[in-house]
Design a binder for this molecule. Structure first.
Ligand SMILES: Cc1ncc(COP(=O)(O)O)c(C=O)c1O
Length: 391
């Protein structure tokens, strides 16, 4: 790193001085709620081995695994005809695993709604394993700022699945409820990348015909290394997956082996369990959704009432992400943006500029995952207001 560049401008997540309380608005890996961090710390002071040391085939770990799965099922109301797996390879692993499990042959067709960076990446990966039809979600200027209409003409009736991302993390576009497919296409199951919004709103598993849903752990539900994948049992069984699907990605193989076909991410699975327990204690998904609406509203209100000082790319308020709020300052003024980053960093606000695989991007982004409290969001909103009135 160039020593002359201020750490805040290259995404430093450290405090400017030790007395500053850090508030982490990073898009992920994100912080865990403080209560969950305390629970993890306490687990090291209990007698016996922690999951960092337990064999995945021991009765002690089996108990942890069963507990985490039962908690996820309760919190997200997952029906019995869905299997819950903790898969390897993160979200990217599922970009490949989905077509490899749901398409038997390369000629099998899948429809991808591409309305942001992550669906674009998922579509590009899927093209290696199946035949892809794209519903292009770009706006008239060629940017990703919206979610396209899902019309019959754009969805081949023979699609094995329709793929979408319920929250495009980089672009800040969220479906607050899953879209309904046209009546003549309702037989097509949905595949949902819920990596950055899982647990923040209810899912109507049967009503929305969810076939597969996955969420990498590193944003709302835990720590990177485990990915939660929920699969309707219709997609399990011999001869469902492509013969080329690696065992570690094969849904049927892993479900039949009780999630222990190979070594799962033991510690991370325990952390997901702590997180689910915390969510339940805090009032579950309904209360969490209320908080997400409140947190994001605080930031969007500052942007919308700033007289153009701040801008946000998604014009349709019904599609604005509650998880990731992108914003720029005076249309992207570089000097002001740098000043914003440095002065907010001095107050402990970190994670607004992060380096993604898609570059730095035109916008800063406030990510408001489960560990960010309403007070934290209010602190950022207050800083934004103070900064705007100074400038
Ligand atoms: C919506 C979405 N999908 C997929 C990914 C990629 O996940 P991973 O890095 O675990 O492969 C991310 C990461 O930010 C994401 O936000």
């Amino acid at each position: 790193m160039n020593a002359d560049i201020h750490p805040a401008l290259v995404g430093s997540l450290s405090a400017s001085n030790p007395s500053v309380r850090l508030i982490n608005f990073s898009p992920g890996p994100a912080s865990l709620p403080k209560a969950v961090e305390r629970e993890i710390a306490a687990s090291f002071n209990k007698p016996g081995l922690t999951s960092l040391a337990l064999s995945h085939r021991s009765p002690e770990f089996q108990k942890i695994l069963d507990h985490t799965i039962a908690s996820v099922r309760r919190v997200m109301d997952i029906p019995d005809d869905y299997a819950v797996l903790f898969t390897h390879g993160g979200g990217h692993g599922q970009f490949a695993a989905v077509p490899l499990n749901l398409c038997r042959n390369r000629s099998d067709l899948a429809t991808y709604v591409v309305n942001g960076t992550w669906t674009q990446r998922a579509r590009d990966e899927a093209q290696r394993y199946c035949t892809v039809q794209t519903i292009d979600g770009r706006d008239s200027a060629g940017g990703y700022t919206t979610f396209p209409e899902l019309s019959e003409a754009h969805i081949d009736a023979n699609s094995k699945y329709l793929y979408m991302c319920s929250n495009e993390t980089v672009n800040g576009i969220e479906n607050h409820r899953l879209p309904k497919l046209p009546e003549s296409r309702r037989h097509i199951p949905l595949v949902i990348d819920a990596s950055s919004d899982f647990t923040t709103k209810p899912i109507d598993w049967h009503g929305d015909r969810v076939g597969v849903l996955f969420a990498c752990a590193s944003k709302n539900i835990g720590h990177p290394g485990a990915t939660l994948t929920v699969i309707h049992r219709d997609f399990l069984g011999p001869d469902k997956a492509s013969p080329l699907c690696p065992g570690v990605f094969n849904y049927t193989t892993n479900v039949e082996a009780g999630n222990l076909w190979n070594t799962p991410a033991t510690f991370n699975i325990e952390v997901i369990g702590y997180l689910m327990d915390w969510l339940e204690r805090e009032g579950g998904v309904a209360e969490n959704e209320r908080r997400c609406i409140a947190k994001s509203r605080l930031i969007y209100d500052v942007i919308d009432n700033s007289g153009g000082f701040y801008g946000t790319p998604v014009p349709n308020k019904a599609l604005r992400s509650r998880m990731n709020v992108p914003f720029n300052i005076k249309g992207g003024d570089e000097a002001l943006t740098d000043e914003f980053l440095i002065t907010s960093w001095d107050e402990g606000i970190i994670g607004l500029r992060t380096l993604t695989p898609f570059g730095v991007g035109d916008y800063l982004r406030a990510s408001l995952y489960n560990a960010v409290t309403e007070e934290d969001a209010a602190f950022l909103a207050d800083f934004m207001q103070r900064f705007a009135s100074r400038n």
